[in-house]
Design a protein around this ligand. Structure first.
Ligand code: ZN
Length: 290
């Protein structure tokens, strides 16, 4: 089963809802970055939120970036998504290990205290930038707070990554539900009641629920209407030329040091961990062009 995002409306279009199954893309991120279980959970939750939030944008060229930076050992998490279901991301310290907290992976402990930054580049002069203080570092609560305080859109965010015994990703996914200003009081009450009685996302995913079935529970009794479904995947658009630009931005001193090393160097793409090779001759050319 491939990953996908379901987009829906409910309550006479006073609620918009997104559900996603992201098992494959989170597993691909885990394999590419060789992340520890707690790092996989943290990255997987942000990738899931990123691919959903990306799909909220209008244009194919729009780019969304989510950055979580905290005092915890994971150091930071960066995720980038477009509006077409493509997402990529990495953590600063993929090997972070922490004891479980209340029997669960301690994502909040791995992230620590810090900031969530949301950048939306929609081809305008300046990208949209929103920043909020991390509430728990558990990602879903941090995004709920971000939507309410920075975008003034009351939202409910649920994200889950469940690991199998051998530490591969058994199932991952989540939902984002947003309330429009004209929502009727009784719809809001019903929604709050549904969310209060909801199982955790990992538990719903573990029961084999689809993205739509999760939304059916979140929006039970509210005339849920699926508008479309969109495939989702881990995808990095890096290339030797793009990595070359990153080398140039590291500065001439850095390039000279690589040349002085006298050997072909491998430069990794942060997002997907693909290595690109540059010979001393190529590095000299890059220095000339920088
Ligand atoms: Zn890449």
């Amino acid at each position: 089963m491939s990953d996908y995002i379901v987009r829906a409306i409910a309550g006479n279009a006073s609620i918009r809802a997104f559900g996603a199954i992201t098992t494959n893309l989170v597993e691909e991120a885990r394999v590419r970055h060789d992340t520890s279980p707690v790092a996989t959970a943290a990255l997987g939750r942000l990738l899931t939120a990123g691919v959903i939030m990306g799909s909220m944008m209008k244009n194919p060229t729009d780019v969304l970036t989510l950055q979580v930076k905290g005092t915890g050992e994971i150091g930071g998490i960066t995720v980038t998504a477009d509006s077409l279901g493509n997402v990529k991301g990495y953590v600063h310290n993929p090997l972070v290990m922490l004891p479980p907290k209340n029997g669960k992976l301690d994502v909040g402990g791995a992230v620590g205290e810090g900031l969530l930054t949301v950048i939306k580049d929609m081809g305008l002069k300046e990208p949209y930038l929103g920043q909020t203080v991390l509430q728990t570092g558990e990602i879903a609560e941090d995004l709920t707070y971000y939507f309410a305080s920075s975008e003034q859109v009351p939202s409910s965010v649920g994200l889950g990554v469940l690991m199998a015994k051998d530490n591969h990703v058994k199932v991952a996914g989540g939902f984002i539900v947003q309330v429009m200003p004209f929502i009727e009081e009784k719809s809001l009450t019903k929604l709050e009641e549904n969310i209060k009685n909801l199982d955790s996302v990992t538990s719903m995913l573990n029961q084999g629920l689809t993205a739509q079935e999760m939304l059916d529970l979140v929006l039970a009794g509210m005339n849920l209407e699926v508008t479309d479904t969109l495939p989702a995947r881990f995808y990095c658009d890096c290339s030797k030329e793009k990595i070359e630009k990153a080398i140039i931005s590291a500065g001439r001193g850095e390039i000279q040091a690589m040349i002085d090393g006298g050997e072909t160097v491998e430069v990794m793409c942060h997002f997907c961990n693909t290595g690109y090779y540059y010979t001393v001759e190529e590095l000299k050319q890059i220095l000339l062009n920088s």
